[in-house]
Unconditional design. Structure first.
Length: 78
């Protein structure tokens, strides 16, 4: 399935990839293998792009002052 047809985003995927999702992480290396390299603080997708978002074990990697910004970014694309 093409990335533009995927209905869900796995934001901050790390090493966990879900089928039929765009898997996004801030880095690509030997551990992570995202489809898209981007930050949850600046998500490169248009508003209301996804029907669902997986977002697990990400906030602890952000400063507390950016938690709200990350949630607002995620809400804008779903």
């Amino acid at each position: 399935m093409e990335l533009d047809q995927m209905e869900c985003l796995n934001a901050g995927c790390g090493r966990v990839r879900y089928p039929n999702c765009i898997n996004m992480d801030i880095v690509k290396n030997d551990v992570t293998c995202p489809d898209v390299v981007a930050s949850v603080l600046s998500i490169p997708f248009p508003a209301e792009r996804f029907k669902g978002i997986m977002f697990s074990h990400v906030l602890e990697h952000l400063t507390q002052s950016t938690h709200k910004w990350a949630i607002l970014e995620l809400r804008s694309i779903s």
